[in-house]
Design a protein around this ligand. Structure first.
Ligand code: GAR
Length: 227
């Protein structure tokens, strides 16, 4: 039985997807706690409603990153996690914190890394004229939004998209690949080989959004125009 600790900053929809998958698929795992860096993080209510322990370590109460990260690690370690899951946790972490959870901390980032680390990834993809965009689950290393890739999902960029529409499409895929990646960890199927991840036995570590609505043709047209 693996202990999972999930860190959130806000809405927590990826956390919800992981909590639901853990229950529905009867993973040999327990969501030991959901921890937020903001007392008003909306996802805390969902976690509490599922009987999951919640905690807040408010970054504004600490003089610097190191002090915050030390307090956060102390809270996390109280739950003896096998895996720490960053699910919309919007804090830059210190090297010491990242090293402490080396090989046992996952993040999801809303872009096809290594493209578009940082913020406003959907607008960045639109501004760059990308035809596909997506999300990446990766092991966390001290370089922000980098680290060995566990799974990626790609979605089409449609001619009519604004950042919000694109974000919503990507988020739908996040809710598929993140629980899947966490399950692989729980099942001890992930191995780190330098910068690469091996999944045993293998299965696709990617997802292409299978979209069947009218926008399919619109998108095909857009691609044609660009060619
Ligand atoms: C998600 O789109 C996640 O990929 C992103 O924040 C959102 C959180 O949504 N994370 C990052 O940008 C981290 N760099 P959620 O709270 O509903 O899961």
């Amino acid at each position: 039985m693996k202990n999972l600790v999930i860190l959130i900053s806000g809405r927590g929809s990826n956390m919800e997807a992981i909590v639901r998958a853990c229950a529905h698929e009867a993973w040999p795992a327990k969501i030991a706690a959901v921890i937020a860096n903001r007392p008003d993080a909306a996802g805390l209510a969902f976690a509490a409603s599922r009987g999951i322990a919640t905690a807040v370590v408010d970054h504004r109460q600490f003089p610097d990153r190191a002090a915050f990260d030390a307090a956060l690690a102390q809270t996390i370690d109280g739950y003896q996690p096998d895996l720490v899951i960053l699910a919309g946790f919007m804090r830059v972490l210190t090297e010491g914190f990242v090293d402490h959870y080396s090989g046992r901390m996952l993040n999801i980032h809303p872009s096809l890394l290594p493209s578009f680390p940082g913020l406003k990834t959907h607008q960045q993809a639109l501004d760059a004229g990308c035809r596909v965009h997506g999300a990446t689950v990766h092991f966390v290393t001290s370089k922000l939004d980098h680290g060995p890739i566990v799974a990626q999902a790609a979605v089409p960029v449609r001619a009519s998209d604004d950042a919000a529409a694109l974000a919503a499409r990507v988020l739908g895929t996040e809710h598929v690949i993140y629980p899947r990646a966490v399950r692989w960890f729980v099942e001890e199927r992930l191995a780190l080989d330098g910068g690469n991840v091996t999944l045993t036995p293998p299965e696709p570590q990617w997802l292409f959004l299978d979209h069947t609505d009218n926008d399919t043709s619109a998108n095909a047209q857009t691609a044609g125009e660009g060619a």
